[in-house]
Design a protein around this ligand. Structure first.
Ligand code: ACM
Ligand code: ZN
Length: 562
C-alpha cells in the first residue's frame, strides 16, 4: 500500500513539474519570428503542448478553417487531432471586432484562442499560429514534443488589397504550380491573385463560344532566343491553356485560402493571339503579323505563304495589330468573352488591361476613323477611352467593376474604373486625385521580372532592371503627394511577375522569393512598425520555411546579411 502511494505521489509530482515547466517556460523575442510583422506581439511565459488530447473547435461556420488547422497540427505533431465540438484550441467569431481581416491570437500554456470578425480573419490567425510552429512542419514531417510559445497577438492589415500577379501567357504554368503559388501567397496573408490570362504570345483560358481562341490562340510556332529582339527562333511549338473546369478548380482552391482571383483579359492591345484565331478582330485582317527582326518561325513563315497572315506572337514587346475599335463585331466578341469570364470568376473585379496599345492601326483604319467621327472623338486616345468606357458599361451591367493599367487615364478615365499604377506613381496619384480607386504597382518597386543582382552575368536571363529585396521592402503604396482624403483611394499594392524570360516553374519561384516576403510586409504592416534590420533577421528564419516547402529562392539578401 505504502509503495503504491509512493508511486502515485511521484507520478503526480512529475506531471505537475511538467505542467509547471510548460506554464513557466521563459520565451524571448526569437520565439515570435512572424512575417508580415503583426501590429502587437506580447512575449509571455509558457508553452502550449500539442498532444493526443489536443482538439480544435469552433462551430460549423468555421468548419473549413477548423479542419485545416486540425490537419496542420496532426501532420506537425504526428497526433490525430480533430475538429470537434469541444477542445483546447478555440476558433471564435466576434461580431464586435471592426476589421474584416483582423484577428486576435491568444496562446496560453493550456489553451489557444483565435478571435476574428470573419472566417478570413480566423484564417490569418491560423497563418500566424503556423509561424509559431517550427519550420520543419512545412515538410509534412512530424516534430516530437511540439510546443507553441504563449503570446497575445493583435493584428490587422494596413491595406485591403494585397496582390500578386502572374503572367501565364509568355510562359505557361501547370494547375499544380498555380496551386503552389497560391499556397505561398496564403502563407504571406496576400489576398489577391491577379491571373494574366491573355496576351500576344498566347490565349490561356477556354472560351466555349470561341473555341479557336485555344485551338489556335493558345499555341505559338516558336519563341525568340535570348534577350529581345533575340538572336534566332527556336522553332518549337509552345503553349497550353486552362479548361473552364480547371479555372473553377483554381478559384475554389484559392477561396479555401481566402484569396480572390482576378482574371485579366487584355484589351484593346496585346491581342495578337486572339487576332490569330479570329482575324476579323484586326483593323486589317489581311495584313501579315510582323515578328521583330524577321525572327519568325519556319512554321509561321509557311503558314503565311499559304495565306494565313496572322500569327500568335513569337517575340516580346508591343504590337500594332490590336482590336479594331471601329467594328461592332469586336465589341460583340469581347462582351461574349467577358460574359463567360464573369460567370466563372466570383471576383467583383475584372482586369481589362488597357496598357501599351499603339494607335497606328486605328489612325489608318476606316472603321476606327468612322467611329471617331460619329462620336466626335478628337484623337485616338479618346477612341481608347471610348473603347474602355464601353467595356466598363458592359462589365458594370453585370454587377462587376473594371481594373485597368494606368494608360486608361489617357483620353479620359471610365467613370467607375480602378487604376493599377505601373509606370511609377503618377497614374495612381492622378486617379486618386480625381476620386478613383487605385492599386499601386510601380515598376520601380513591384516588377519581379527585374534582376535581383547588379552582377547580371551571374544571374539567369531577365528582362532588365534591378530590384533587390530591400527596395521591395521600402515600397510604400501611399505616395507623399496625396492628402489624407485622397489617400483613402489607395486600396493597396501588388507586385507583378511577367514571364517573357521565365520558362520554368523553378525560375518563377526564384523570381518570386524572397521578394514576395518583403512585399507582404509592405502591404500588411503599419508603416511605423517596419524596420529593415529587424525584417532581415525574421527573413533569415523564415527562409527555413522555404526550404521545408521545397521552394526555390534567390539568396543574395542572405549572403549580404550573414
Ligand atoms: C505592363 O507592365 N505593361 C502593365
Ligand atoms: Zn479599326
Amino acid at each position: 500500500m505504502t509503495k503504491i502511494f509512493y508511486v502515485l505521489i511521484t507520478c503526480l509530482l512529475v506531471l505537475s513539474s511538467c505542467d509547471n515547466e510548460l506554464k513557466e517556460h521563459v520565451n524571448s523575442e526569437k520565439d515570435y519570428m512572424i512575417i508580415p510583422k503583426p501590429e502587437l506581439v506580447k512575449v509571455l511565459n509558457g508553452r502550449f503542448k500539442i498532444n493526443h488530447k489536443t482538439q480544435v473547435y469552433g462551430g460549423e461556420v468555421l468548419a473549413a478553417e477548423g479542419n485545416y488547422l486540425a490537419k496542420m497540427l496532426s501532420e506537425a505533431s504526428g497526433e490525430s487531432i480533430s475538429f470537434a465540438n469541444q477542445g483546447n484550441i478555440q476558433l471564435k467569431l466576434d461580431a464586435s471586432m471592426s476589421g474584416e481581416e483582423e484577428y486576435v491570437l491568444s496562446v496560453q500554456y493550456n489553451k489557444i484562442e483565435i478571435l476574428a470578425k470573419t472566417a478570413k480573419g480566423i484564417f490569418y490567425g491560423i497563418q500566424t499560429l503556423r509561424q509559431l510552429l517550427p519550420s520543419q512542419i512545412e515538410a509534412k514531417t512530424s516534430v516530437q514534443e511540439l510546443t507553441i510559445p504563449a503570446t497575445l497577438i493583435k493584428d490587422a492589415p494596413r491595406f485591403s488589397y494585397r496582390g500578386m500577379h502572374l503572367d501565364v501567357c509568355r510562359h505557361f504554368y501547370s494547375v499544380e504550380f498555380i496551386k503552389r503559388y497560391l499556397d505561398v501567397l496564403a502563407l504571406h496573408k496576400m489576398n489577391t491573385f491577379h491571373w494574366h490570362l491573355t496576351e500576344d504570345q498566347g490565349w490561356r483560358i477556354e472560351i466555349k463560344k470561341y473555341p479557336k481562341l485555344t485551338e489556335i490562340g493558345a499555341w505559338r510556332n516558336g519563341t525568340i532566343v535570348g534577350n529581345y529582339p533575340g538572336t534566332e527562333n527556336d522553332n518549337k511549338k509552345y503553349g497550353g491553356f486552362y479548361t473552364q473546369e480547371e479555372i473553377k478548380e483554381v478559384i475554389a482552391y484559392a477561396a479555401q485560402k481566402h484569396i480572390t482571383v482576378i482574371p485579366e483579359i487584355e484589351l484593346p492591345g496585346h491581342s495578337s493571339a486572339a487576332i490569330a484565331a479570329y482575324t476579323n478582330l484586326s483593323c486589317f485582317p489581311k495584313e501579315q503579323s510582323i515578328v521583330p527582326n524577321s525572327l519568325i518561325s519556319e512554321g509561321s513563315k509557311k503558314a503565311q505563304k499559304n495565306g494565313n497572315p496572322k500569327v500568335v506572337q513569337e517575340s516580346w514587346g508591343v504590337y500594332d495589330d490590336v482590336y479594331c475599335a471601329g467594328k461592332e463585331e469586336t465589341f460583340a466578341f469581347l462582351e461574349d468573352v467577358l460574359a463567360e469570364v464573369m460567370d466563372l470568376f466570383p471576383s467583383k473585379y475584372v482586369h481589362i488591361g488597357g496598357d501599351e496599345c499603339p494607335k497606328g492601326n486605328w489612325e489608318r483604319c476606316p472603321h476606327c476613323q468612322k467611329r471617331m467621327a460619329a462620336h466626335d472623338l478628337k484623337d485616338e486616345h479618346e477612341l481608347q477611352s471610348y473603347f474602355i468606357t464601353r467595356i466598363e458599361k458592359f462589365v458594370n451591367s453585370k454587377g462587376k467593376q473594371i481594373i485597368g493599367w494606368d494608360e486608361i487615364l489617357e483620353g479620359g478615365l471610365a467613370p467607375n474604373a480602378t487604376v493599377m499604377s505601373w509606370r511609377g506613381n503618377a497614374g495612381g496619384i492622378a486617379a486618386a486625385k480625381s476620386g478613383h480607386d487605385v492599386i499601386m504597382s510601380p515598376n520601380s518597386h513591384c516588377y519581379f521580372d527585374h534582376y535581383q543582382s547588379e552582377d547580371k552575368e551571374k544571374e539567369p536571363i531577365a528582362i532588365g532592371g534591378f530590384l533587390p529585396v530591400e527596395k521591395v521592402y521600402a515600397f510604400d503604396p501611399v505616395p507623399d503627394e496625396l492628402n489624407t482624403e485622397e489617400q483613402k483611394y489607395i486600396l493597396g499594392g501588388q507586385a507583378n511577375l511577367w514571364t517573357e524570360y521565365i520558362g520554368t516553374e523553378e525560375y518563377a519561384e526564384y523570381m518570386l522569393l524572397p521578394r514576395l516576403t518583403a512585399l507582404s510586409e509592405a502591404v500588411w504592416t503599419k508603416k511605423e512598425l517596419k524596420e529593415w534590420e529587424d525584417f532581415t533577421s525574421r527573413l533569415n528564419h523564415f527562409k527555413n520555411r522555404y526550404d521545408a516547402m521545397g521552394l526555390n529562392y534567390a539568396t543574395h539578401v542572405f549572403d549580404d546579411h550573414k
